[in-house]
Design a protein around this ligand. Sequence first.
Ligand code: 1BN
Ligand code: ZN
Length: 383
Amino acid sequence: MLKKSSLFILQKLKLSNLYWNAKSIKKTDTGKNHKYTHISRSIQQIAVFFLILSSFLLFLTECNSPKEEKNNLSQNITPQKPEKFWNTTPNFNADSCYYFVKQQVDLGPRVPGSKAHEKCVLWLKQFFESKQCKVELQKFVATTFDKKQWTGTNIIVKYNPNNNHRILLCAHYDTRPFADRDEVKNKNQAIPGANDGASGVAVLMSVIQSIQQLPLKNIGIDIVLFDLEDYGDAGGDSKTWCLGSQHWAKNLSPTSIKPVEGILLDMVGDTNAVFPKEGVSIQYHPTLVHSIWTIAQKAGYRKYFIDESTNEITDDHLFINVYTNIPTIDIVHYHPQKSDFFDHHHKITDDMKNISKQTLQAVGQTLLYYLYQQEEKLNHDNP
Ligand code: 1BN
Ligand code: ZN
């Protein structure tokens, strides 16, 4: 458990003890200088005391960083100042997050134009308003690839609406109207969208809930829950996907404070989730990708936040990056080796059976750590 520097001091302690003992023995052997031996013992005791004290202090600083960071620091030669946010960040509650996924799934598929979709909008609006956030419903008209016209609704949530340093967090809440990757008999059914839809929304709900424990003062958060993400033409033009985010990105309010950066969550709840560093994210905001993956790995979530990258994935963040100057990354379940999303992608099996509290925890806690790291950074900038 002790890191190298502590062990080094302990070794020094042992060596210095041996040294002093040897010296005392040598002096007393002659039968002379008894007084000198007595003084040397006192010096020895003081030295031992200070060495024990410094080892103890080093041990205490070591307890300040999470699991993997301790191992990393043990190989690090330059000692780093521990960051306070590891200890102050509120806990993510995976139980309530799981329940938020279930509540959405229990509404039925949130397909555009359906009662479940309408209920979901009102339920989300009420939830965020109950957490002291400002909520705006951004209505828009869109035509899908099958020539149908829809009135879509993006849900825009503002936490600390007047704060100048804003971070965008987003997900989509609509679900795909057809399970076109399932076997023939299921292809025309709508998917439950437990992972592809509900999981990202649920994590953002739980993040806002956790923040209530220790309100952020230096940063504001814009949460945007996009509509009509998943009504695209599989194998067709990428612009047929993500209609809500395309509308939002092309119509940013000129009077609103623009977020400095954004994080999109998509399919973040599956039992076997892996989140590679995605191509568009690396292209537009490499430092944010690095920060998030570093935090996740130090927090012990390396199993999910893998050290692999993938090609560009069409998702809401692509259009945010193309149409705005808010550099945005995507935390998205994708298997680089299989070049595919999760096993139940666009199948009727995208249900609660495959949702894992551990995966939700990994994503939610990582996001919270990042937000409180930024909060602490801004504290140092404006003490
Ligand atoms: C991701 C998850 N997408 C929809 N649900 C976007 C997408 C999927 C884009 C397949 C192109 C192909
Ligand atoms: Zn989808």
